[in-house]
Structure formats: C-alpha cells, structure tokens
Design a protein around this ligand. Structure first.
Ligand SMILES: Nc1ncnc2c1ncn2[C@@H]1O[C@H](COP(=O)(O)OP(=O)(O)OP(=O)(O)O)[C@@H](O)[C@H]1O
Ligand SMILES: [Mg+2]
Length: 475
C-alpha cells in the first residue's frame, strides 16, 4: 500500500467517525429499550383518565332508580365528557346503560381491562393499539368506587391511537435531541483527550518516515502523564535516536569511502617503493645488502595491510551466491592457498569425509578457511617448539548441519586476542597482524547461514568450530 493511500485510509476510517456512530447507536438502543414500557404507561394513564369520568357517571346512574327517566341532555353531556359512545354500570347482578341518542353498532371490539395492570399485558395492549387499523371500538373495563361494581366504557380507539402516535413522535424528537447533544459533548471530550493527540502521532509517524534525516520532524512530547504521554515521549526518543544513528552511519560511510581512497593511493605508492627496493637489493654494497631485506619485508607488510583494509571494505557489499560444494575439496584448496599443505614443518590432515556437500558460496567460505588455516600456520611458525606441529580439519554431521573443526596443536590463543577475537582491527595479537582475518571470517560464515566460534580443546592448542548448512539434495 502506498503512503498516500494509507494516509487516506486513515482519514476515511478515522476514529472520530467511528466514535460518533457508536455513541448515536448506543443512545438509540437505550431509547428503544425505554420506549415500549413508557408507551404502555402513557396508554394506561390515558385509559385511567377516561375511566375516572366513567366512574363519576356511574355514581349518577347509581343514584337514580331509572336511567331512562334521566333527561337526554344530561346523559349526552356525561358521554361527551368521557369521549364515550356508551357507559355501562354493573352492580350486584344489575346493569345500567347510557348511550348516545343514535347508538353505533361496533364491528370490532377490543377490551382494555384496567384491572390487569402488570407491565407485560400493558405493553402487549400498547403494541396492539399502535398496530391496529382504524375503525375499532375500545371497551375499557374498570372498577367503580362502590364495592364490586364495574364500569365499562365503549368508545372509538382512534383518539387513543392518535395520542399514542403523537407521544411516540415526541419521544423520537427528544431522543434525537439527546443523541445529538450527547454525541457532540462526548465527541468533544474524547477528541480533545484522545483523538487529536493520536492524529498528531499518526501524522508525525507518517511524515517522519518520509524524511528521517529531518530533525525538525522529531515529535515534541507533551507533559501528559497517561499512556498517550508515554507513547509521545517514547516515540520522540526513538525518532531522536534514529535520526542520530542515521547521521552517524552516513558520516561513517563517508569516512570509510575516504579511507578506502587514501588506502588505495597508499598501496600504489608502496608498490612503486617496493619495485625500487627490489632494485636496490641487487646492488653489491654490503651496507645495502644488510638493510635491503628489512626494507623489503617492511614494505611487504605495509602493502599487505593496505590490501586487507581494501578487501574488508569490498567485503561489505558482496552477497553470497549459495550452491552445493564438496567440503573436502574446498578445504584442500584453502590449505594450498594458506601455504599449509606441503609445509616442511607442519603436518596437515584434511579428515573431512568425501561425501559432505554443503550449501554455501564457495568463494566466500574458501576465504574463511584460508584465514583460519593461515592463522594456525602463523601461530605454529611463531611457536618456539615446532616439532610435531600439526593442523587437523575434521567434520561430523549434526542434524541438517555439519560441524567442522579446524584444530592446531600450537600455543593457543594469547589472552590479548581473546577479548576482541572477532572485532575488526581489534583482535590482533600478532606483530604485523591487521586483526581482520577472524572478523571477516565470522561475517562471511554468518552471511552463508553458518556460525563460527572459538573453542578451547582439552588437549591444548586452538580450535575454531564452524557450523555449516548441509545441502539436503545431496544426501
Ligand atoms: N590458531 C591460532 N592459534 C593462536 N592464535 C591465534 C590463532 N588464530 C588466531 N589467533 C590470534 O587471534 C588474533 C586475531 O586473528 P585475526 O586473523 O583476526 O587477525 P590477524 O591474523 O592478527 O591479522 P590478519 O588475519 O588480518 O592478517 C591473531 O593475531 C592471533 O594472535
Ligand atoms: Mg589472520
């Protein structure tokens, strides 16, 4: 994903949008849970109000012996004040009825029995009313104010339904209002506390990644004490470290390039000096004859040093090309190059089995063996006691790897060499040594998927152990 498209994804699915959506969804969910019971209560109150008028009417009916004798105007007023088509009053097995002058004959009658007041049946009644079509007649039943009397009111359901719809609309409007205000307030709070700082961090990471060498892009941390504060400070510190590391690395690379150039010229100058010294050595002058060999070896050493520094510089760039290689042949060649094979005083034993094939870069690992064998030869040559000197290379398979030991019976590693054995320019404890051989050897071995370490053999001398990947197809 390109940086640009990543930045736009960050914008699209931004935290603030998600937050607002979540807040509104939660508020509506809560409103829906509250809505049904409150609608049921609204309906119950509405019906109770109508019943109360019915009870008053019932009291009138109770007081008169014959309802038919009541003036029409009175009964009509009673009915209209209750919004009813008819009111029935029952007591002790008798019932009285008043109804409108032109009584309507209801087609569908639904009963709302207000003696049952549990929330379940109230809610069922509310849903029923809300979903019902027009034209139904409502029969409200309730208790009268005298013992065991019952009041029934018949009226069209339309008015109740209309009031309930109005009530629902109001609730919806109020919910919208609450949701908007709450979402806004919460959004402001959360965005000040979290989203803005996180957006700042995100923007900073994106821009710093584009130009890590620009110190002005390093985040300036705030003094917050919470997790975001820690994140800011850590990020700021990390960017600072990255910035100086990059700068240091660039300086080192520049310096390395300069050293390589100087070294190259130095080597050429030394080589011309060597040609001159070779010519000087042919002069008959006894003084010259005495000094010339020293001059030649000094120049040789200087050229060797310049050459190995150049080699080390070149080494960094080469990527190994892995291929199956017969290990025994590789060691044999390295022994010749290191002037170990055929040495007059040193016995060399290449004890690697014929069939060991490793997956390595032959050129690079050849250099590793040359370095190890050369070190062993130099140590044996420098030892005062040369009799019985020997170098042995052995191998044994361990799983998918082969362990190779390069062992000599020389004086062992000098303590000075042990401390920085594999550190470039540091590990040498030998006059004229550069201290690059083992550093290069380890770097090359690891680049080839292997390991190189020094082990102290019980019987004395020096041993280097290599672990190399075996070529599985050759097994
Ligand atoms: N087989 C060995 N026996 C004893 N000492 C060793 C042996 N191999 C290495 N050393 C010691 O470890 C030191 C570091 O070896 P390394 O090959 O890294 O550098 P060097 O041989 O001094 O210089 P270079 O190889 O760069 O010319 C040597 O100077 C030597 O003292
Ligand atoms: Mg060496």
């Amino acid at each position: 994903m390109s940086d640009e498209s990543r930045a736009s994804t960050v914008r699209l699915s931004s935290l603030s949008n998600k937050l607002i959506a979540a807040i509104i969804a939660v508020i509506f969910l809560v409103e829906i849970v509250i809505y049904l019971p409150s609608l049921a209560m609204f309906r119950a109150t509405w019906l109770d109000d109508r019943l109360r008028v019915g009870v008053v009417a019932a009291r009138v009916l109770d007081a008169v012996p014959d309802v038919m004798a009541l003036p029409r105007s009175l009964t009509d007023r009673l009915l209209t004040s209750a919004g009813a088509d008819a009111i029935v009053y029952r007591r002790a097995g008798q019932s009285q009825l008043i109804e409108l002058a032109e009584p309507v004959s209801p087609e569908v009658v639904v009963t709302a029995d207000m003696r049952q007041r549990d929330i379940g049946s109230l809610m069922v009644g509310a849903i029923d009313t809300l979903l019902a079509g027009p034209g139904r007649t409502l029969r409200i039943i309730g208790e009268g104010d005298i013992d065991e009397s019952l009041v029934e009111i018949l009226m069209p359901e339309t008015q109740l339904r209309r009031d309930m719809i109005d009530y629902s609309r109001n609730i919806l409007l109020v919910s919208l209002g609450i949701a908007a205000v709450t979402a806004f307030a919460l959004y402001m709070l959360v965005s000040q506390l979290f989203i803005l700082p996180i957006q700042r961090l995100t923007r900073n990471i994106l821009s710093f990644r584009q130009a890590p060498e620009n110190a002005s892009l390093i985040l300036s941390a705030t003094t917050r004490r919470d997790e975001i504060g820690v994140l800011e400070r850590e990020l700021s510190a990390m960017e600072g470290e990255l910035f100086s590391m990059l700068r240091q690395q660039r300086h080192l690379a520049d310096l390395g390039l300069a050293v390589a150039k100087i070294n190259h010229d130095l080597r050429n100058t030394l080589t011309s000096a060597q040609l001159l010294s070779d010519q000087v050595a042919t002069l008959d002058d006894p003084k010259v004859q005495r000094l010339a060999p020293r001059l030649v070896t000094t120049l040789d050493k200087a050229i060797g040093f310049a050459q190995s520094v150049l080699d080390y510089g070149r080494e960094a760039a080469s990527v190994p090309v892995l291929a199956p290689v017969a290990l025994r042949g590789l060691v044999e060649d390295a022994a010749f190059e290191a002037r170990v094979a055929g040495h007059p005083d040193i016995r060399f034993d290449n004890a690697i089995a014929e069939d060991v094939v490793v997956l390595i870069d032959a050129g690079q690992m050849g250099r590793v063996f040359v370095n190890l064998l050369k070190n062993a030869r130099e140590a044996l040559e420098a030892a005062p006691q040369r009799a019985g000197a020997q170098i042995v290379v052995t191998s044994h398979l361990v799983g998918a790897d082969v362990n190779v030991w390069v062992t000599d019976n020389g004086p062992g590693l000098p303590p000075r060499a042990r401390d920085n054995l594999f550190v470039a320019f540091e590990g040498s404890a030998r006059a004229g040594g550069t201290g690059l051989g083992l550093a290069i050897a380890r770097e090359l071995t690891e680049a080839n998927g292997g390991q190189l370490r020094h082990v102290d053999p019980e019987e004395g001398g020096t041993r280097f152990e290599l672990v190399l990947p075996v070529d599985i197809h050759s097994q």
